[in-house]
Design a protein around this ligand. Structure first.
Ligand code: ZN
Length: 497
């Protein structure tokens, strides 16, 4: 028994000496410049097993222009569906490819290019969070020998991939293995794997589109696409890693796992998912955003008003992107696991006749809580150079200008359907049916058309009298240019002034 313990201790501190440079032409370690703790760790690990010659290759970070280029190229699979399971709605913790994952891809691409540029034949590629098991040297010496390559009929000129690393739950348990062998089991071996030149060439040639994470590409997809690849996994696994499972030592630089307080904050602030929603309805305030939500609910679609429903949302604020919306749960949702953005399959523009909308908009511009509604639109319509508040002599002109400009912002987003609350109930039902969002349209449209939602809105509990404005009161106040724009608008949307 003592002998056994001694053997284990000895094997851990004095691993079998291996001439790594005789086996590998080059050894790469992928390391982000800012991750000095990982670099220090790697230096220690390599010294421990006796690897002397290796190169740190600077990893590509998430905000690198190269990542941005990929993201804009159209060659990164976009949502929907989920890149993992192919569904629009799923429970995968991460359903979109994020910039950290693309950065990781770019780092591997950099290594493969370097291998080809420098004519290396056989290389070991490592990540900087690896942990060599106590049997690493034994495994390399046994499996990377001439006899072993002969035994497994390995042709060094054909594409070759040998997987060595994997997150091990119990890597710290020092068991001495007598037998080392290769299997065909596919494992996500990004922490450490060996490839030859032919494999690097193949990996590079096929890396023109990104539709999954790099590990799935390297260790699964390309093997399925190219049966000529000779691929093996060294058993027992000789290399573990320290940022996913088992003994976690480092923060994951790709997807934070929340291993301590600081990492939990990082995790909470990382975009990981998009939530698929059928519909978003955009409008100017006081123009039917509440009504459309009610109408769609009658049609069986849970589209919330200023709050996200199962099928989507109606919110005038969503017309613009902002990190701080004055009301509701609309922009993104933050969970402990990360940030979720929303994806909307269809956009509906909601319109109310301008002559009926203007008196309501005048009240909205003056009496919303903290004047947030007016100030929010003002912020997003800088080209109108609007006054700081909406009290004064030109309230009609101000309301018309904002109504037109806000609807122009919606029009710029190419809505799939324009819904005029006075007329288009049947047409919308037909649209929903054609897009297979509902199964039938058997509803009493006249009753629905006459339903009033939120027409007498209270501001902070007070009901203000809407200004009684005739058509001429409105039109005669407007400067010629605004009047022209209003006429054009009405022509475009089929409203009669
Ligand atoms: Zn999924």
């Amino acid at each position: 028994m003592f002998h056994n313990i001694f053997t284990k201790i000895h094997a851990y501190f004095y691993p079998k000496q291996v001439d790594f440079s005789a086996i590998f032409d080059h050894i790469y370690v992928i390391n982000l410049k800012r991750c000095l703790d990982r670099k220090t760790h790697t230096l220690r690990e390599f010294a421990r097993v006796g690897i002397k010659a290796y190169e740190f290759i600077e990893a590509v970070d998430k905000d690198d222009p190269e990542v941005e280029q990929w993201m804009q190229s159209g060659n990164v699979t976009s949502f929907p569906p989920c890149f993992r399971c192919g569904q629009n709605r799923c429970h995968c913790a991460n359903n979109i490819l994020i910039s950290q994952q693309i950065g990781n891809w770019c780092s591997f691409i950099k290594v493969w290019k370097d291998m080809l540029d420098k004519n290396y034949d056989f290389c070991l590629i490592c990540e900087d969070d690896l942990k060599f098991t106590h049997h690493f040297n034994e495994s390399i010496q046994t499996l990377f020998s001439l006899e072993s390559f002969e035994k497994y009929k390995i042709n060094k000129h054909q594409p070759l991939l040998i997987r060595l690393g994997k997150g091990l739950e119990k890597a710290h348990k020092k068991k001495i293995f007598k037998k080392h062998y290769f299997t065909q089991d596919k494992t996500m071996s990004n922490p450490c794997f060996a490839i030859n030149r032919a494999m690097a060439k193949l990996l590079l040639e096929n890396a023109y589109k990104i539709n999954h994470t790099s590990d799935v590409y390297i260790h699964e997809q390309i093997i399925q696409q190219h049966p000529e690849i000779q691929h093996f996994t060294a058993m027992p696994i000789p290399v573990s890693e320290l940022s996913s499972c088992g003994k976690i030592k480092f923060y994951s630089e790709i997807r934070p796992k929340g291993i301590d307080v600081e990492d939990k904050i990082r995790q909470k602030n990382t975009l990981i998912r998009k939530e698929y929603k059928e519909i978003r309805c955009l409008s100017h305030p006081r123009c039917g955003s509440g009504y459309i939500s009610f109408f769609l609910k009658q049609m069986g679609l849970d589209v919330g008003h200023e709050n996200m429903g199962a099928n989507g949302i109606s919110s005038w604020m969503l017309t613009v992107k902002d990190t701080d919306y004055p009301w509701g749960d609309i922009g993104e949702s933050k969970t402990a696991g990360g940030i979720h953005h929303y994806y909307f399959a269809h956009t509906i523009q909601v319109l109310r006749h301008p002559l009926s909308a203007i008196p309501s908009i005048i009240l909205e511009n003056q009496y919303s809580k903290d004047n947030a509604s007016y100030l929010f639109r003002r912020k997003h319509l800088p080209h109108l150079t609007l006054p700081e508040n909406a009290f004064g002599n030109n309230m009609i002109e101000l309301a018309v200008k904002m109504y037109l400009a806000w609807n122009a912002l919606i029009n710029d987003q190419h809505p799939d359907f324009v819904f005029r609350i006075e007329y288009d109930q049947e047409k919308l039902a037909q649209f929903l049916l054609e897009r297979q969002l509902i199964q039938d349209t058997l509803k009493d449209f006249n009753a629905l058309r006459e339903t009033k939602i939120n027409t007498e809105k209270h501001y902070l509990g007070i009901k203000y009298e809407k200004p009684k404005l005739s058509k001429n009161d409105i039109l005669n106040t407007l400067p010629t240019k605004t009047l022209q724009q209003l006429h054009q608008f009405c022509q475009q949307y089929g409203y009669v002034l």
